[in-house]
Write a protein that binds this ligand. Structure first.
Ligand code: ZN
Length: 51
């Protein structure tokens, strides 16, 4: 889905980023995997537990 730029900026501002996975880090000892995701719009990168 494509939004107007103003709406995309608003969505990022309220934390609704359009993430894509750029890297998956495998956890050890039952820690679980971590994925590094980056927003396609504002390019913020965060890590989060992989599903
Ligand atoms: Zn964003």
């Amino acid at each position: 889905m494509k939004f107007p730029e103003q709406i995309e900026r608003f969505l990022c501002k309220v934390g609704l980023h359009d993430f894509r996975v750029i890297e998956v880090k495998f956890g050890f000892g039952g820690a679980g995997n971590i994925e590094v995701v980056e927003c396609k719009r504002c390019e913020i990168a965060v890590t989060r537990p992989a599903k």
